[in-house]
Design a protein around this ligand. Structure first.
Ligand code: DGY
Length: 329
């Protein structure tokens, strides 16, 4: 094997990369360390990262690792890049990184279709009560076909989908919704684009989206502006039959207000992949039949996870090799 054309500098990983990405990294000749086997809370994992960081030139982390100033300072002045394995990067203190001259990167584009698939799976499962029906059958209860048995929303009969944040993933959801004959309304600067118009998307402001949608699906990043974007006033503005789908970030929704809205019948149901205090789920939601829960698996396709690994490694190696990272944030 050819010698690497750079001084080998250490890359720290917080998780096990998928096989091909791991092989790419091994071929680079950089020594690696790992805290993949650390179990426990986010804080336990952060502490393990602080302990392992000294001397690292790169950290490749996942969206559930907290990478804050303490981690960066523990690594020391040699830390040049934090490559996130994910498109969202609210787990990283980007301002602190930039203050220290550290490049932060993410993995945009490669997980749009997988995440849209999961959003649509949750949409269909919530609309047609699939999880509730599955639980019912497994309960062993007596049943026979009835006209009003487990009836739900007719997705394909012109139901309205509200996409909050029409970005890359939102567009992938819109393409699926268009194929299902849904009426689509959306917020976001690209909602007024010709690409959106070609899919039949009507651009609206959030209040109109909330008032008119049968299903509201969230696709905005978590920022100070979108924290609790959907809370009690927004639930009150939604249809009492509306389904909320969240595959973005938990804290975009005020989870206490969501529980209240579901208990009061202010909205019809929720299908969630992400949680405000992840991995903890607000007590009460799990007891409700009209709530579907998944453990943050939006991008969990085998090929998607390989692509995310390849992009994260590519970003880290680019910076360590003195090149511009393909995906800086
Ligand atoms: C992301 O990439 O931000 C997802 O939440 C995990 O793939």
């Amino acid at each position: 094997m050819a010698e690497p054309d750079h001084a080998p500098t250490r890359i720290h990983l917080t998780f096990d990369l998928p096989p091909k990405a791991a092989a790419d990294l091994a071929a680079s000749g950089h020594p690696t360390t790992s805290t993949a086997d650390v179990d426990g809370s986010k804080e336990d994992r952060r502490q393990a990262l602080v302990a392992a960081a000294p001397g690292a030139s790169a950290i490749i982390a996942t969206v559930s690792d907290l990478v804050d100033a303490e981690v960066m300072d523990a690594a020391g002045p040699g830390l040049r890049v934090i490559a996130n394995y994910g498109v969202g990067y609210d787990n990283i203190d980007v301002a602190a990184a930039h203050d220290r001259g550290i490049v932060v990167t993410n993995t945009p584009g490669v997980l749009d279709e997988a995440t849209a698939d999961l959003a649509f799976a949750l949409l269909l499962a919530g609309a047609r009560r699939v999880v509730e029906a599955d639980r019912f059958v497994r309960s062993g209860a007596e049943w026979s076909w009835e006209p009003d048995f487990f009836v739900g929303l007719d997705v394909s009969a012109g139901a309205t989908l509200g996409i909050v944040g029409l970005g890359r993933i939102g567009f992938a959801v819109a393409r699926r919704a268009a194929a299902f004959g849904m009426r689509i309304v959306a917020t976001g600067s690209r909602a007024s684009s010709s690409e959106a118009a070609a899919l039949g998307v009507t651009p609206v402001e959030l209040p109109e989206l909330l008032a008119t949608s049968d299903v509201v699906t969230l696709h905005c990043p978590l920022t100070p502006e979108t924290h609790h974007l959907i809370g009690a006033p927004q639930f009150a503005a939604m249809k009492s039959s509306a389904l909320l789908v969240n595959t973005s970030r938990g804290a975009v929704v005020d989870e206490d207000a969501l529980l209240e809205a579901l208990l009061e019948g202010t909205i019809g149901g929720a299908a969630l992949d992400v949680y405000e205090h992840e991995p903890r789920v607000t007590a009460g939601l799990l007891a409700l039949p009209n709530v579907i829960t998944a453990p943050h698996i939006g991008s969990a396709g085998i090929a998607t996870r390989e692509r995310m690994g390849a992009v994260a490694v590519e970003n880290a190696l680019a910076v360590l090799g003195g090149a511009t990272a393909p995906n800086p944030v």
